[in-house]
Design a binder for this molecule. Structure first.
Ligand code: ASP
Length: 324
């Protein structure tokens, strides 16, 4: 039987209702989590490693770096066939993408969570752990990048996003769909991402900010970030990469101050593209040195920029990492 290591980090999957504070709080250990899924015994031999037990809003990029190192260390063991990580769903897609870019193992790495706490009616955590372990134990999951497994769907880390604040069917890959499904008797993979990429910087630059563009926005936040000498800015623009004129000015001021600016879209599917040439379009900011994020959401473009800035802060070199 294959050995799968489950690394626990916390999240709703490890929470129970607390009558004193009237809400869910961290309460379940890694061992408790696995004991709640007796069916695991028929799928794999499972070992648990506790990394943390926190809501995923407490997870920092530095912790993601430590988690990546732990995943690689565990996956190096000859007796380990795959790794599963349990994580809160709020920032799950950011950790998944960080690991996708940094983890070196080709063994399956799956990440899962839950929308309902362990003490809720019909909790989804146990089914999600089972599905993630099944996927991690499956030969077809090798070399597929980090896989996000919830609600019996398997998604590629670079495509997936949380789409509903409470519904069990919350993780989706807009425009693409899941790469596979988990059934009671096995795993079916239908496609894979052709764009797997690795970025292994000697250090992480985390002073990188995400600004969402809204109607009537001015350059105020850009002035603040220039004054604080931020290391990078990601802008979530309208449509395929358009911004109001004052935001264009802010972006150009930041570029002139030597702060790399990456342009993503605030639209939930599709990529930024230089379709227009009017002032404020992605095309019109090309000369200033704007970097296009492709299909990445703002939060994932920020993760990538933090990693790339650990290697270079030259816009032309940064662009090569976003072009693929
Ligand atoms: N707030 C929780 C967290 O991300 C939500 C969840 O796990 O679903 O830790």
């Amino acid at each position: 039987m294959k050995k799968i290591v489950v690394i626990t980090t916390g999240g709703t999957i490890a929470m129970k209702y607390d009558p004193v504070t009237d809400g869910l709080v961290p309460a379940v250990s890694g061992t408790d989590l696995l004991e709640a899924v007796p069916a695991l015994k028929r799928v794999a031999s499972v070992e648990v490693v506790e990394f943390s037990n926190v809501p995923s809003g407490y997870i920092t990029p530095a912790m993601m770096g430590d988690l990546a190192a732990l995943v690689d260390k565990v996956a190096e063991r000859d007796d380990v066939a795959g790794v599963v990580i349990t994580h809160g769903t709020d920032t799950l897609e950011e950790t998944a993408y960080f690991l996708d870019l940094t983890v070196m193992t080709t063994k399956p790495v799956c990440i899962t969570g839950a929308m309902r706490g362990a003490s809720d009616t019909s909790p989804d955590g146990s089914g999600n752990i089972l599905a993630a372990v099944k996927t991690a134990a499956c030969d077809e999951a090798w070399s597929k990048g980090v896989l996000v497994v919830l609600n019996d769907e398997i998604h590629a880390a670079q495509e997936v996003t949380k789409t509903h604040s409470t519904n069990l069917k919350t993780f989706a890959s807009p425009g693409w769909g899941p790469i596979g499904l988990v059934y009671f008797d096995g795993v079916v993979m239908k496609r894979q991402s052709l764009k797997l990429q690795k970025i292994r910087p000697p250090r992480l630059v985390d002073d990188v900010h995400l600004l969402k563009v809204v109607a009537g926005m001015d350059e105020f936040f850009f002035r603040c970030l220039i004054e604080k000498k931020a290391k990078g800015i990601v802008v979530e623009a309208f449509g395929c990469g358009n911004v109001p004129l004052p935001v264009k000015n802010g972006i150009e001021m930041a570029c002139q101050a030597g702060i790399p600016v990456v342009l993503a879209t605030r639209v939930h599917a599709g990529r930024v593209a230089p379709a227009y040439s009017y002032p404020g379009s992605a095309h019109s900011m090309k000369e200033a040195g704007i970097i296009l994020a492709g299909e990445l959401t703002g939060q994932k473009a920020r993760i990538k920029l933090m990693l790339v800035l650990g290697i270079t802060n030259e816009p032309d070199k940064i662009r090569t990492y976003f072009d693929c």
